[in-house]
Design a protein around this ligand. Structure first.
Ligand code: IPM
Ligand code: MN
Length: 351
């Protein structure tokens, strides 16, 4: 297969972890006879510094004409402490999600058998955890009208959802549940929010079309609690943009390190694949960041092209590295820590 992949390294540790995913993907392409053409493009603070905006038209054109986007991370602390900054790196990511129609963010949480005692939660609580969040990504409070009034002393962010937006996300949730354990949990705050009541009634309206799927409805605060009590109780969870943002960060540490969990953003022909973690600026340039989340995001990319074996060999290489202690400092616990690029080299050599 010939693949054109837009390569958006972004900020902080983004370029380092992306390099490892490229190495590993190239090794997979070589093994299976694929041809990958990487198309680097600017995004985030790196793009603001170079051309004044975080998602330039040129980057959009490269993404639009590629088969998928592999993304590193976005964000720079120099913007975080400046509430009045006119442009921010994060706007690039939001613009890209909207412009590419990526309304469904797939964020799995699973545990690696060799890391069960690295989790902040007790081993017996997390054993068997294998869940997937489907986070709505192009609506809700992230994209509603926002602003200031009354001499800037009042601020507002509107949360708006249409039935159509909920329906398309929920359908993906039902379909995913059908491929898995046929359990779907709709996470909302329907006891307080009108948007949540629309979510609930929309999902209820779809239940008859998927009679085999057992649907539960839970409030987001309860899910936040149960997720760290009994994560293995959950399978597919669907939720709106902000709830999904928060809950997936919470879920990402269950496996032992935030540096392990991949994600996919889908909705149009072009999928975007990125690690769940952020730009980790303190580690930038130090060759210490864990590249596995990005490498596993590349596995999701292959799987999304229906290249299932290709994804599998990447997952197997990661499992083997974890079992043999070929890990970065976030997982080494006093044992030898490998550098970002050494882990990447090892994974590529084990494809
Ligand atoms: C994420 C990030 C983004 C989000 C930021 C960087 C805009 O936290 O992908 O979860 O809030 O969606
Ligand atoms: Mn987030």
């Amino acid at each position: 297969m010939k693949l054109n992949i837009a390569l958006l390294a972004g900020d902080g540790i983004g370029p380092e972890v992306i390099d490892q995913a490229v190495k590993v993907s190239d090794a997979v392409a070589k093994k299976f006879g694929h041809e990958i053409t990487w198309k680097p493009a600017l995004t985030g603070a790196a793009a603001i510094d170079a051309v004044g905006e975080p998602y330039p038209d040129e980057t959009h054109n490269i993404c639009k004409t590629s088969d998928a986007v592999l993304f590193g991370a976005i964000g720079d602390p120099k913007y975080d402490n400046d509430p009045s900054a006119p442009v921010r790196p994060e706007q690039g990511l939001l613009k890209m999600r909207k412009a590419l129609g990526l309304f469904a963010n797939v964020r799995p949480t699973f545990v690696f058998p060799s890391l069960l005692d690295k989790s902040p939660l007790k081993k017996e609580r997390i054993e068997g955890t294998d869940l997937v969040f489907l986070r709505e990504l192009t609506g809700g409070i992230y994209f509603g009208e926002k602003g200031r009034r009354d001499d800037r002393n009042t601020a507002y962010d509107n949360c708006v959802y249409t039935k159509e937006e909920v329906t398309r996300l929920a359908r993906k949730g039902f379909e995913l549940a059908m491929q898995r354990s046929k359990r779907l949990c709709c996470v909302d705050k329907a006891n307080v929010l009108e948007t949540s009541r629309l979510w609930r009634e929309t999902v209820q309206g779809l239940e008859a079309e998927y009679p085999e799927v057992e649907v539960s409805y839970e409030f987001v605060d309860a899910v936040a609690m149960r997720l760290v009590q009994w994560p293995s109780d959950y399978d597919v969870l669907i939720t709106e943009n902000l709830f999904g943002d928060i809950l997936t960060d919470e879920a990402s540490v269950i496996s032992g390190s935030m540096g392990l969990m991949p994600s996919a953003s889908l909705g149009s022909d072009i999928g975007l694949f990125e690690p769940i973690h952020g730009s980790y600026p303190q580690a930038a340039g130090k060759n210490i960041a864990n590249p596995m989340a990005t490498v596993l995001s590349a596995a999701m990319m292959f799987e999304n092209f229906d290249l299932i074996e290709e994804g599998k060999v990447i997952r197997e290489a990661v499992n083997k590295a974890l079992a043999e202690g070929i890990v970065t400092e976030d997982l080494s616990e006093g044992d030898k820590a490998y550098g970002t690029s050494e882990v990447g080299d090892w994974l590529a050599a084990n494809i």
